[in-house]
Design a protein around this ligand. Structure first.
Ligand code: SAM
Length: 324
């Protein structure tokens, strides 16, 4: 289905929980709120996916909070992968529980994972995510690799003064492993002075990063790379991508719709929360009605996110609430 600006919407990101076991400094600069009590059920999620596929959505990504905290995550993946028309099913995770779950998730149809990792230094890891869990995440990345998820991507939020001395170490990972590394520009989260100060102090643009890695050559993108600008080091097994939501927004190519863990449909990461899918599901709506709600959300997609020129304005107070 196309939106009013002619963009084809074929990608749905579903946040399956607001709960997270990490406390990343950039995710909720104003503090992490208590998560909602009852997120969407497996059945709710499957019904939303069926309705979305009928409108032309073919790619699904599960996110959170931390999606692997859901005790029924394997059932969620199994239910989605059983829907005819789902061509790509991926998940974004902090990797902590992947060592335990990677094989089971692959067995029920998960195709790909993106793992968030902002430092390769054990001591620094705890300062960034609030939990001393580098070894568990590193084991999770290996487990994902062994389970056959491909392309396997590592997402690094680039932050001046926090991890900007590690960019070449991350880049070198692509020589030693078939893991694609993607640097994500810090996005403004939270409308407080503290949040703005954090953003101003730590934002670093993709152009500056690229300039610091002079050996990079332009490259084709691996599957599911969406808006990333992609490069490669000589002799690398995998690529290095840069995602530039702040310095160079890619809204003209946006193909996404989001559902929060509370069941609100969002047409834009930084836009207003939209239709209440959860309420509709509780009232036992028909699939036609679900399709109507999704179509209305697609029609309401703004041309671009609201932090264009002054990208310090944001309506998101915690990325864990919407799923990043
Ligand atoms: N818990 C999972 C994880 O850690 O990947 C999924 C949820 S997390 C909110 C999804 C993605 O959003 C992660 O890659 C995270 O690094 C990114 N993210 C969160 N806050 C961000 C911010 N302020 N700027 C840029 N990326 C952010």
């Amino acid at each position: 289905m196309q939106d009013t600006f002619g963009r084809t919407i074929d990608y749905l990101r579903i946040s399956v929980t607001e709960a997270c076991n990490f406390r990343c400094i950039y995710c909720a600069p104003n503090g992490h709120a208590t998560p909602q009590e009852s997120p969407l059920s497996v059945d709710d999620i499957e019904r939303i996916v069926r309705a979305a596929v009928a409108l032309g959505i073919s790619k699904i990504r599960l996110t959170g909070g931390e999606p692997l905290l859901r005790r029924d995550i394997v059932s969620i993946v199994r239910a989605i992968s059983s829907v005819d028309g789902v061509q790509d099913l991926a998940l974004t995770t902090n990797g902590f529980l992947l060592g335990r779950l990677a094989r089971d998730l692959a067995d029920v149809g998960l195709k790909r994972v993106n793992i968030s990792l902002d430092t390769l230094r054990r001591d620094r890891f705890v300062d960034i995510v609030g939990v001393d869990a580098f070894d568990a995440v590193w084991a999770g990345i290996h487990a994902a690799d062994e389970a056959g998820f491909a392309p396997l991507k590592i997402n690094v939020v680039a932050m001046r003064g926090i991890n900007d001395d590690e960019f070449s170490d991350f880049a070198r990972l692509t020589i030693d492993h078939p893991w694609h590394v993607r640097f994500i520009e810090l996005m403004p989260v939270g409308a407080s002075d503290v949040a703005r100060e954090f953003f101003d102090r730590h934002f670093i643009s993709a152009s500056e990063l690229i300039a610091r890695l002079p050996e990079l050559a332009k490259s084709d993108s691996p599957k599911g790379s969406g808006p990333a600008r992609t490069y490669r080091l000589p002799n690398a097994q995998a690529t290095i991508g840069f995602i530039t939501p702040a310095s160079e927004h890619f809204c003209n190519a946006c193909n996404r719709l989001r559902v929060t863990a509370r069941g609100a449909l969002c047409a834009c990461l930084f836009g207003e929360r939209g239709e209440d899918m959860r309420g509709a599901l509780c009232e036992g709506v028909s699939e036609n009605k679900l399709q109507e709600l999704l179509a209305r959300a697609i029609d309401s997609k703004p041309e671009h996110h609201p932090f264009g020129e002054d990208f310090k304005i944001t309506s998101v107070d915690a990325m864990s609430k919407i799923g990043g």
